[in-house]
Design a protein around this ligand. Structure first.
Ligand SMILES: C[S@@+](CC[C@H](N)C(=O)[O-])C[C@H]1O[C@@H](n2cnc3c(N)ncnc32)[C@H](O)[C@@H]1O
Length: 214
């Protein structure tokens, strides 16, 4: 174990996946579906509104990473950039002004300059990253100081592409793990962790972990 390597603080195999084939092979197929139910989507929208990162707030340029044909803003930001794996899904994203196809599991560095966004969002996707700490570290580079990086997730996934560790832990532990990702990444104030759907309401739960860039 290398105490300086944050990934070594997780159990062996935590970041492996049952399908280790390159991600483009999986995401070549279009999936024009919603990955969470309407109440969970509404919870994402409400959070973005509350954080001031949709079109009604002060944030102007926002990155939605690990995006698809849908981004979850009630009013889209003035400039929304979507980054994901499937070109046709991203091209169909009506809220996005621009999109980029970029495999964060091959290259966890975003193809954007320093401090070029006011905020970044990642909805129901952090569990597919094999180097999530590197990705969040780089998100703190491309989002300006004072801007927020938000990860939301539920309890559904593509089980073969999700990291094994995610499948082995409870929903509460997943929240703590994503909080640890932010902390190990560095460059952020203390992350906040919340269940954003009512406890025991039925339907898909929506958890959020977010942190402000230092
Ligand atoms: C469950 S979907 C969520 C899509 C969208 N964020 C939403 O809220 O509906 C997972 C998304 O992660 C993206 N993704 C998966 N692996 C990725 C990778 N290695 N690099 C970048 N994006 C990835 C896929 O393109 C896909 O759109």
């Amino acid at each position: 174990m290398d105490p300086l390597d944050p990934y070594d603080h997780f159990p062996a195999g935590f970041f492996s996946r049952s399908d280790e084939s390159p991600d483009p092979a999986f995401y070549v197929y279009d999936r024009f579906v919603t990955h969470i139910d309407a109440s969970a989507i509404q919870a994402v929208r409400a959070l973005y509104r509350e954080l001031g990162i949709d079109g009604e707030g002060p944030a102007k340029r926002v990155l939605d990473f690990m995006s698809s044909w849908i981004s979850h803003f009630t009013t889209p930001p003035k400039e929304l950039v979507a980054l994901g794996m499937n070109q046709r899904e991203l091209a169909a994203n009506e809220q996005a002004d621009e999109f980029t196809v970029h495999d964060l599991n091959v290259d966890p560095v975003f193809p954007f300059p320093d401090k070029s966004f006011d905020a970044a969002t990642c909805c129901v996707s952090i569990d597919y990253l094999v180097r999530p700490i590197d990705v969040l570290r780089d998100a703190a580079r491309i989002v300006r100081p004072g801007g927020v990086v938000v990860c939301t997730f539920s309890n559904r996934c593509f089980p073969t592409k999700v990291i094994r560790g995610w499948l082995m832990i409870s929903e509460e532990q997943r929240c703590a793990v994503v909080g640890q990702y932010f902390e190990y990444a560095g460059g952020y104030h203390q992350p906040l962790i919340q269940l954003r759907t009512p406890q025991g309401a039925g339907g898909d739960p929506l958890y959020a972990v977010w942190a402000v860039v230092r």
